[in-house]
Design a protein around this ligand. Structure first.
Ligand SMILES: Nc1nc2c(ncn2[C@@H]2O[C@H](COP(=O)(O)OP(=O)(O)OP(=O)(O)O)[C@@H](O)[C@H]2O)c(=O)[nH]1
Ligand SMILES: [Mg+2]
Length: 421
C-alpha cells in the first residue's frame, strides 16, 4: 500500500432546494390558497476520523467532493427532502486546511470524531409561507441558497503518545508487534516499514498509542531515505523511545547510531530534541550486546537506557513502567485550534420582473437574493445601501420600463413596498 500524507481536494456543500409556488386545487373548491412547500436543506460536508484508514492515498484519485443538494418543495405543502451530508473518511491525525486563508478547519486527531466543515444551503420557503392577510395569493417562492466550492489541503500527522525511532532494522516493528496487537511487516532488510504503524500498548490497565516510524538514516532531515516525510509525524508524539541494535549485529556501532539519529532529529527541528526520550537497547539476546551496553552507559551516564530483546520478549516491563510514568508528566498531544469557515453563497447574476393579477410587480433572481441576504431591514444604513443597489443593478429603471408608477406595489422576496420615483 502506498503511503500518502498530503492531498488537495475541492469540496462543496449541497445547495438548498428551491421553495415551490402553487395553489391548492380540489374539486368544488374554487380558489385554493397557496400550498407550495419549502425546499430541503443542502447536505453538509463532514470529516470523520476513521481508525481503519492510514493513508490519504484515495484523495489522489478523487478530487471533487460534493454533498447532495436539497430537493425543491412541492405542491400540497410538501417539503423537499434535505440533501444527504457527505461524510469524508480520513485517517486519525488528518488536518484540514483552507487553501485560501491557511486556516485549520478541522483537526481529526481522535478516532470517531466528526466535524462539519461546510454547511448545506438553506432551503427556500414555499409560497404558502408568504401568505398574509393582505396578500392571500403570493406567487413568490424563495430560491434555495446556492453554496460555494472550497479548496482544502489535507495533511496527515500521526497522533501517538510514544514514537519508536531508530535506524533501519534495529527492531522497531518487532517491538510494536510484541507490545501491541498490530501486525507490522518485519524483515531483515532496511526500510521494511514504509509508513507509520500504530498500535495500542498497555501496562497495568494503562494504555497508550505507540507509533512505529520508518527507519531513519543519516541525512534524513534533508530527505535521505524515507526520512523527511516521517520526521513530520514525530512532531505530534508526546515522547520517543529511541531503539538501538545494541548488539551491533550489522557491523554498526550503537553509540554512533544513537548520535546519528539525534543529530537528524535536531536538524529537522530543534523541537524534536525537546521531546522526552528513553533508549531501548534491543537485541540483547545476541553476543556483544552486553559489552556495547556497558560502553553506552559509560559514554552516556545520564541517559535512561532499558535493555530489551524483542526476539525473546524480555525487559519490556521496566521500559513500559517508565513510559507510563513519563507520560503522566506530559501534556496531551498537540491539537490545533479549529476555525469556522465564513461560508459565502453563490448567486446567479440577473433578475426577472413579472406583474401579478393584483398589479404588484414581483422581482426575482440572483441579484434580488443577494440583496435580501445582505440587507438588515432594521438598520438604516443597510436599507439605504439596499435602495442604492436597486438603482445600480438597474432594477428601478427596469420597473419603470414595465410601467411601474408611484404607489404601485413592488415585491422582493418577503418584502413588499411602494414604488417611488
Ligand atoms: N536477534 C534479534 N533479532 C531481532 C530482535 N528484534 C528484531 N530482530 C530482527 O531484526 C530484523 C529487523 O527487525 P524489524 O522489526 O523489521 O526492524 P525495523 O527497525 O522495524 O526496521 P525498518 O522497518 O526497516 O526500519 C528482523 O529480522 C527481526 O527479526 C531482537 O531482539 N533480537
Ligand atoms: Mg519496521
Amino acid at each position: 500500500m502506498q503511503f500518502v500524507d498530503h492531498a488537495k481536494i475541492v469540496m462543496k456543500a449541497g445547495n438548498g432546494g428551491d421553495g415551490h409556488a402553487s395553489f391548492h386545487r380540489e374539486k368544488y373548491v374554487a380558489q385554493g390558497g397557496p400550498d407550495g412547500g419549502d425546499g430541503g436543506r443542502g447536505g453538509d460536508v463532514v470529516f470523520f476520523a476513521d481508525p481503519h484508514l492510514s493513508t490519504l492515498l484515495d484523495f489522489k484519485f478523487q478530487r471533487f467532493y460534493r454533498a447532495e443538494n436539497g430537493a425543491p418543495g412541492q405542491a400540497a405543502l410538501s417539503s423537499g427532502k434535505n440533501g444527504k451530508p457527505l461524510i469524508i473518511h480520513v485517517p486519525i491525525g488528518t488536518i484540514v486546511r483552507d487553501v485560501e486563508s491557511g486556516a485549520i478547519l478541522a483537526d481529526l486527531s481522535e478516532g470517531g470524531k466528526e466535524r462539519v466543515v461546510l454547511h448545506g444551503g438553506r432551503g427556500g420557503k414555499g409560497n404558502a409561507k408568504f401568505a398574509t392577510s393582505t396578500r392571500q395569493a403570493p406567487r413568490f417562492a424563495q430560491p434555495g441558497q446556492k453554496t460555494l466550492e472550497y479548496e482544502v489541503e489535507l495533511e496527515l500527522k500521526s497522533i501517538a503518545d510514544v514514537g519508536l525511532v531508530g535506524l533501519p532494522s534495529v527492531g522497531k516493528s518487532t517491538i510494536l508487534s510484541v507490545l501491541t496487537a498490530a501486525k507490522p511487516k518485519i524483515a531483515a532488510y532496511h526500510f521494511t516499514t514504509l509508513s507509520p504503524n500504530l498500535g495500542v500498548a498497555s501496562r497495568h490497565n494503562r494504555s497508550f498509542v505507540l507509533a512505529d516510524i520508518p527507519g531513519l538514516i543519516e541525512g534524513a532531515a534533508e530527505g535521505a531515505g524515507l526520512g523527511h516525510d516521517f520526521l513530520r509525524h514525530i512532531e505530534r508524539t508526546r515522547m520517543l523511545v529511541h531503539v538501538l541494535d545494541i548488539s551491533g549485529s550489522e557491523m554498526r556501532d550503537p553509540i554512533e547510531d544513537y548520535e546519528k539519529i539525534n543529530d537528524e532529529l535536531k536538524k529537522f527541528s530543534p523541537l524534536l530534541t525537546e521531546i522526552p526520550q528513553l533508549v531501548a537497547a534491543n537485541k540483547t539476546d545476541l553476543p556483544e550486546a552486553e559489552e556495547n551496553l556497558a560502553r553506552f552507559k559509560e559514554e552516556y551516564p545520564n541517559v535512561e537506557v532499558f535493555p530489551v530483546s524483542a526476539a525473546t520478549v524480555q525487559g519490556f516491563e521496566a521500559l513500559l513502567d517508565r513510559v507510563v510514568q513519563v507520560l503522566d508528566t506530559l501534556p496531551p498531544v498537540l491539537r490545533y485550534e479549529e476555525t469556522d469557515l465564513v461560508e459565502g453563497s453563490a448567486y446567479e447574476p440577473g433578475f426577472h420582473i413579472t406583474r401579478g393579477d393584483d398589479g404588484v410587480f414581483e422581482v426575482t433572481g440572483g441579484d434580488v437574493e443577494k440583496l435580501l441576504d445582505t440587507t438588515d431591514p432594521d438598520d438604516e444604513i443597510s436599507m439605504r445601501r439596499f435602495q442604492q443597489l436597486l438603482v445600480k443593478n438597474g432594477i428601478i429603471s427596469a420597473l419603470r420600463e414595465m410601467g411601474a408608477k408611484d404607489g404601485d406595489g413592488i415585491r422582493l422576496g418577503e418584502w413588499e413596498f411602494d414604488f417611488m420615483e
